[in-house]
Design a protein around this ligand. Sequence first.
Ligand code: 3AM
Length: 183
Amino acid sequence: MIRLFVAIDLPWTVRETLVGLCGGLTGVRWTAPENLHLTLRFVGEVRGDVADEVDCALQALRGRRFGLALSGAGVFERGGHRGTPRSANLWAGIARDERLEHLQAKIETALQRAGLPAERRRFQPHVTLARVDAVPPDALAAWLKAHNLLRTEPVEINSFTLFSSQHGPDQPVYTPEVTYELS
Ligand code: 3AM
């Protein structure tokens, strides 16, 4: 079995900006610079033959290049009882771009054709900057206020990548398995 996801492997200029945001809070686990990515589709644990089907489907896809610009920051809170989140992620947002949405939709269609169940969650393009463990709400609000005006110039993205993910001692280890060119 192999754990896979489809993502944009971010150019170093974008990573540098993101790394600059990763600080100023305690009680969070910042994403390692090499792990920063924009997830297009989480695939999950699949058998080798399914991974081959996924690769074939992605090879056949014709996607267009697009401009990726960072836009704002936020927090996703998940799960939990009685208003206490089970987990929360801090993220940097991606400016709306039709070609990015189109690419994500094509990937979704291709993977369903390859036999994967449909993704139910709406696509909310973001880069996870940190997992939040225990941050005082005031400190989190101040961090968000300081960063939600973030805006960068678009950088052209000319490929997307199928990554595998393995547990690492501290952070997961993401390995680019196949890169697909955009035209
Ligand atoms: O890009 P982000 O960090 O939001 O949270 C995981 C990460 O997303 C997500 O896939 C990306 C690469 O690991 N992920 C992990 N398990 C997941 C699951 N069971 C998941 N997404 C959906 N369902």
